[in-house]
Design a protein around this ligand. Structure first.
Ligand code: IPD
Length: 265
């Protein structure tokens, strides 16, 4: 059964806006922590926001599967459902930023049918920016079409990235960071992959790369970049939904890609 992507998109918008607004309204509770890891935290608000998004999605599409960061199974198989629709939720992308009072964080929701992304939404509550796209609709920011930048030279580009902890399964992030920095105008680590990729989609930066990122961090924003005229690609797939992921304005894609070890030509 094929559902109109606009219907899916509208549901994703409601879910992302409700979840993101809940986090913003409850900003004073941002340090209420469920678990603390060496380099990460899990917040009560992460779980609450995912529950809000899930409730909205399930009331519209009770038979669809949900893959949410907060209770992701240790498997990257799509849960079998009647329709093979799967919603991919990161309730707060940039959790550590949020918890510390930094402003760069967002809510990211995508829906895919089998392996094809149908619609994606990234909502950045602090700046009230809503980035949207569907596979047959343009990428937009707050309802206006957006486009990637026209910059063709890596040397004139800004590349946004993150440094994962390198648990031995990912590519060596510090070396890649150094290499990218030497070849670009600037590299930036801003702490929210989905928000970073939306900056590329609307032409404020040229590329995003991370060697160890998760599907829920990049699914929605990857579609938004593609529909804004850019290019996104999984470089390598690890276990448990972990990816090495590259997304650019398209024009610098091959030059940036050539700096990444293990990216097959
Ligand atoms: C994290 C952010 C960060 C990236 C990490 C992600 P989370 O997501 O996107 O920018 O560098 O790799 O795990 O945990 O805040 O949802």
């Amino acid at each position: 059964m094929n559902i109109d992507s606009k219907i899916l998109l509208d549901c994703a918008i409601s879910a992302a806006k409700e979840a993101g607004s809940h986090a913003l309204r409850n900003h004073s509770r941002r340090t209420e922590t469920l678990k603390v890891f060496e380099h990460d935290v899990k917040l009560k608000l992460d779980v609450e926001c995912q529950a809000i998004a899930t409730r909205i999605i399930q009331s519209a599409f009770p038979e669809h599967a949900i893959l949410g960061e907060e209770d992701a199974p240790v498997s990257d198989k799509i849960a079998p459902t009647l329709d093979n629709y799967q919603w991919i939720i990161d309730p707060i992308d940039g959790t550590v930023n949020f918890s510390n009072g930094l402003t760069n964080w967002c809510c990211s929701i995508a829906v895919r049918f089998n392996d094809t992304l149908a619609s994606g939404v990234v909502y950045i509550p602090v700046s009230d920016e809503l980035f949207t796209a569907a596979n047959d609709l343009p990428a937009q920011r707050n309802g206006s079409d957006i486009h990637v930048s026209n910059t063709c030279k890596l040397a004139e580009s800004i590349v946004l990235t993150g440094l994962d902890k390198n648990d031995g399964t990912a590519l060596p992030p510090f070396e890649i960071f150094r290499t990218i920095s030497l070849h670009t105008r600037k590299t930036r680590i801003m702490g929210s992959a989905a928000a970073d990729m939306c900056q590329v989609a609307c032409g404020r930066a040229e590329g995003y790369y991370e060697s160890g990122i998760y599907i829920w961090d990049v699914a929605a924003a990857g579609l938004i970049i593609n529909r804004a005229g850019g290019k996104s690609e999984i470089i390598t797939k690890g276990a448990n939904n972990r990816l090495s992921f590259l997304a650019t304005n398209g024009k610098i894609h091959d030059s940036l890609r050539s700096l990444i070890p293990f990216a097959k030509p």
